[in-house]
Design a protein around this ligand. Structure first.
Ligand code: MG
Length: 251
């Protein structure tokens, strides 16, 4: 069952989203050569708790970090630690914030200094795919419209959609129905109704679509070692159209 949220509940999710967006902006400002992913994790946890929130990922199925930090060919679910960022790296930062029992989820992939042109294009295309998908969160459209917006944009650029990882409904739980694949057919899948809130999250490899899980049981890597990007918003479908609840890239 897809849980629809009332306008008042969406306001609560937007409050969680505002904390999320400010946390992401803070982390974005910290990303540079020499910083460790543990430092980002500590700063995120401190900030989220200072706002009365809880870092949603901490302890989720035993996850040890407050955020996920996934460099280079690591797609998602990286555990923060002593890994020091270097010039030319990219880093995906995924943050979950629970505030007053409501969750906001979102991610961005950031360059560390200057990066090579193909990797820069990967980041650009994956973010564009997220924006195009978010525009589909309109009552009367279907999940397949969201999915296809990601797929068509990414594949036209020659990159690969990761099919084994998907977005999700979100609300009082981080993961609710339905699943939001990053590939699909327009006009297919569950109908989007007012009050539905989805975490839309394109995950894209420069090379082939395969991924594998690392020895820590969490980190997911591109199968061929190629660079991987991940961007995510929490988006509500409203009568006035799509509403991004954690607009981390807007001032
Ligand atoms: Mg998510």
């Amino acid at each position: 069952m897809i849980i629809r949220k009332t306008a008042a509940q969406i306001e609560k999710m937007a409050a969680a989203g505002a904390v999320h967006a400010r946390c992401m902006k803070m982390l974005t400002g910290m990303v540079r050569a020499g910083v460790t992913t543990a430092e980002l994790d500590h700063a995120a946890e401190k900030f989220i708790r200072s706002q009365g929130g809880v870092p949603t990922f901490k302890g989720f199925r035993g996850f040890p970090g407050s955020i996920c930090t996934s460099p280079n060919s690591m797609v998602v679910h990286g555990i923060p630690g002593p890994c020091e960022l270097r010039k030319g790296d990219i880093l995906s930062i995924d943050v979950g914030v629970t505030l007053d029992g409501w969750v906001a989820d979102g991610a961005s992939t950031l360059p560390v200094g200057e990066i090579d042109p193909t990797t820069a294009r990967l980041l650009e295309v994956t973010k564009e795919a997220l924006d195009l998908a978010a525009e589909q969160m309109v009552p009367g459209k279907r999940v397949g419209d969201v999915s296809n917006a990601v797929q068509s944009h990414v594949e036209a650029a020659g990159f690969s959609i990761i099919r084994s990882l998907v977005g999700h409904g979100i609300g009082q739980n981080m993961h609710e129905e339905p699943q939001i694949p990053n590939y699909g057919t327009p006009g297919r899948g569950p109908e989007i109704e007012t009050g539905m809130v989805f975490a839309i999250e394109p995950m894209v490899n420069v090379g082939g679509p395969d991924v594998f899980t690392g020895e820590d049981g969490w980190s997911v890597y591109s199968g061929d070692g190629s660079m991987a990007a991940h961007f995510e918003y929490t988006v509500a479908a409203t009568d006035d159209g799509p509403l991004i609840l954690n607009p981390w890239d807007q001032s």
